[in-house]
Design a protein around this ligand. Structure first.
Ligand code: HEM
Length: 289
């Protein structure tokens, strides 16, 4: 079923022509799946934990014991858990999971436990170091995600729910341009995914891999449509910026962890700078003569 241009809804939460936005109280929403109280506890922990790490550093300045066997074990477990959010992102974008909220919860729980384990590991080393920056990044991402889930997403849902104009923003919109844009989107979609309905469709990773240029064109048209109907003005711009920052920093973190692991595993000699190498490694390249 298709919608006339004058009845279109805007924004990423468009669910069906007759039911434009998911309700804020919907049990399937991430905030409901995790619970506000749990998020508040997480927030408190995220504020206290860095202080505990810094206090430990001040109590034993200059310690370099992050590579003792059990702390390295904590690092490996924590590092692996920090990759669960990447799986969440992939399942979300490929549509592989039938239960996205479960994956959302898994990404929060794995991220939190991963952060705790990585703290156990890193707090015994120097924080003023490149890996120390990674620790700061883990904290920042966890804090940013928690604050956004607690304050930004519910506020947006409420505002969309409270304002009829949020559901139907075509008034005052250049309808001729909108109709033209939608016709263009449908034409592209016909080649991208012939079975899909334009009102419900969002490109996934599968589309991007199979038809990169069509997917790019479709995404550009969707962005133009959002701008035209004013979705971004409704506060979506903030959420969209938050999401981009979160994803970009998470990518930097994961790349940083991989580099850190490669360095301590292969260049253990360079890292140890004359100290005994206490951690499991494959090569001690880079040791000073
Ligand atoms: C987000 C994940 C991680 C963070 C934030 C992190 C952070 C840190 C920090 C701050 C140090 C101390 C650096 C120093 O004293 O100069 C360190 C050292 C170390 N890390 Fe990690 N780490 C992470 C993951 C891992 C993983 C997955 C491994 C597994 C191989 C690992 C292995 C080591 C080793 C062996 C050391 C000891 C180096 C030394 O004593 O000089 N780390 N890490």
């Amino acid at each position: 079923m298709t919608q006339p241009a004058t009845q279109r809804t805007a924004g990423p939460n468009r669910t069906s022509p007759g039911k434009p936005y998911a309700s804020a109280s919907n049990a399937a929403t991430p905030i409901a799946a995790i619970g506000r109280e749990a998020l508040m506890v997480l927030l408190a922990a995220l504020l206290v934990l860095p202080l505990a790490v810094v206090a430990q550093q001040m109590a034993a300045p200059g310690t370099r014991a992050a590579g003792t066997p059990w702390r390295q074990g904590a690092a490996v477990a924590g590092g692996l858990l920090l990759f669960v959010p990447l799986l969440y992102s992939i399942t979300k974008r490929t549509g592989l999971s039938a239960r996205p909220p479960i994956w959302f919860v898994a990404h929060v729980v794995a991220g939190t436990v991963g952060l705790l384990l990585v703290c156990v590991h890193a707090s015994a080393g120097r924080l003023l170091s490149m890996p120390g920056v990674l620790l700061a990044l883990v904290f920042f991402l966890a804090l940013q995600g928690t604050l956004a889930r607690l304050f930004l997403t519910p506020r947006l849902s409420q505002r969309f729910g409270a304002q009829p104009s949020s559901f139907h923003t075509a008034q005052g919109v250049d309808r001729a341009r909108l109709s033209e844009l939608i016709a263009h989107k449908r034409a592209v979609l016909g080649r991208l995914d012939a079975q899909a309905s334009e009102a419900l469709f969002s490109p996934t990773l599968r589309h991007a891999l199979r038809h990169p240029s069509l997917t790019w064109r479709y995404a550009m048209l969707s962005a133009r449509e959002s701008r035209l109907v004013g979705a971004r003005r409704q506060g979506g711009a903030l959420l969209s910026l938050w999401r981009r920052v979160h994803i970009a920093l998470a990518a930097v973190l994961l790349a940083g962890v991989l580099i850190h692991v490669a360095v301590v595993t292969f260049f253990a000699g360079y890292v140890a700078v004359g100290r005994p190498i206490t951690w499991w490694h494959l090569a001690a390249w880079g040791a000073s003569p």
